[in-house]
Design a protein around this ligand. Structure first.
Ligand code: MLT
Ligand code: MN
Length: 309
């Protein structure tokens, strides 16, 4: 299975359009230590085509930067190697790209009932013509084969609920527990080749590391994990916003309760942070925080990162 990171940043990207905080400014100026990052998405392939996990608002640019995701120059007049999309939640940075995938191209769209419900209730997503794009609900905790619209197998996934939060735009304003999050609002996904032994876990949003989550990912060959913020209060310290990582449904990397410590004794082939916010000091390749995560055995995903599993 080929794996490619299409976007390694959290919502907004690096640089974010209206942001002058140091990392956006440096990325905009072409500083080699702070590479540009598009919004979070990964893609995996087998010989039947590609599956994209999360449709980022930058998907058009991501396809333009990735020849293997483009139409075969010798193929049909309208064609795409992208055969299926899987969503891990209904956040803007994970669904807005669906709007760029209109144009009557067949593909299967997979998500939990909760997330498909959000799309159903937003009329704008009807641009994805159901005659071409089938919306297929995925059950939690059940291995499922992702296929092309012709039924050809692409890969096997298993979804599991992780602590998270409903999408920002769905918050009711009441400070209910997790702002009303329910099973299926935020998921992690185990990805494996059909009949294959190795597996990858993709968890771009996660509010805490529970014993159940540790059990689920234990022994994985590769883990992509929520690296939104390094410190819980870094947005406030940066002066760009009041929200903490926790308030946004993201567990910080650092600190005694942070993901670096919480996952330290989980056995994993490789571990890699993704969905990195434009306030996170690990964006700077020479920062002490970056050295700290690397010394703890973590990689930091970058756009265009590609490997076989
Ligand atoms: C998140 O990951 O918390 C969301 O993408 C935030 C947002 O919608 O901007
Ligand atoms: Mn996000």
């Amino acid at each position: 299975m080929r794996v490619r990171v299409l976007g390694s940043a959290a919502g907004g990207g690096v640089p974010q359009w209206n942001c002058n905080f140091t990392y956006s400014r440096r990325a905009r100026l072409g500083d080699g230590d702070v590479p540009v990052r598009l919004q979070s998405s990964i893609a995996t392939s087998n010989s039947n085509g590609w599956v994209i996990f999360n449709a980022s608002p930058d998907i058009r640019q991501q396809v333009a930067a990735t020849p293997s995701l483009q139409p075969d120059p010798n193929g049909a007049l309208r064609t795409s190697p992208i055969k299926a999309i899987v969503l891990t939640n209904a956040d803007i940075d994970h669904i807005a790209g669906l709007l760029s995938l209109r144009e009557r191209q067949p593909f299967n769209l997979y998500a939990t009932e909760r997330v498909l419900g959000v799309l159903m209730n937003n009329a704008v997503f009807q641009v994805l013509d159901p005659a071409y794009v089938r919306r297929i609900p995925l059950q939690l905790d059940q291995p499922t084969t992702i296929t092309t619209t012709d039924g050809e197998p692409l890969l096997e996934v298993q979804l599991y609920s992780v602590p998270g939060k409903v999408a920002l735009y769905l918050e009711t304003g009441e400070a209910a527990k997790d702002f009303g999050a329910d099973d299926g609002d935020t998921i992690g996904v185990r990805i494996a080749e059909i009949g294959g032994r190795s597996c990858l876990h993709y968890v771009p949003g996660c509010a805490s590391v529970t014993p159940t989550l540790k059990r689920q990912i234990e022994g994985a060959d590769f883990l992509f994990f929520d690296g939104t913020v390094f410190r819980d209060d870094e947005m406030r310290t940066a002066g760009v916003g009041e929200k903490t990582g926790q308030r946004m449904g993201h567990l910080a990397i650092d600190g005694p309760e942070g993901s670096m410590a919480a996952l330290a004794y989980v056995s994993l082939g490789r571990r890699c942070y993704i969905h990195i916010n434009n306030t996170n000091p690990i964006l700077d390749q020479r920062s002490p925080e970056r050295a700290q995560v690397e010394n703890a055995g973590w990689m930091v995903a970058f756009d265009g990162m590609e490997f076989d599993l």
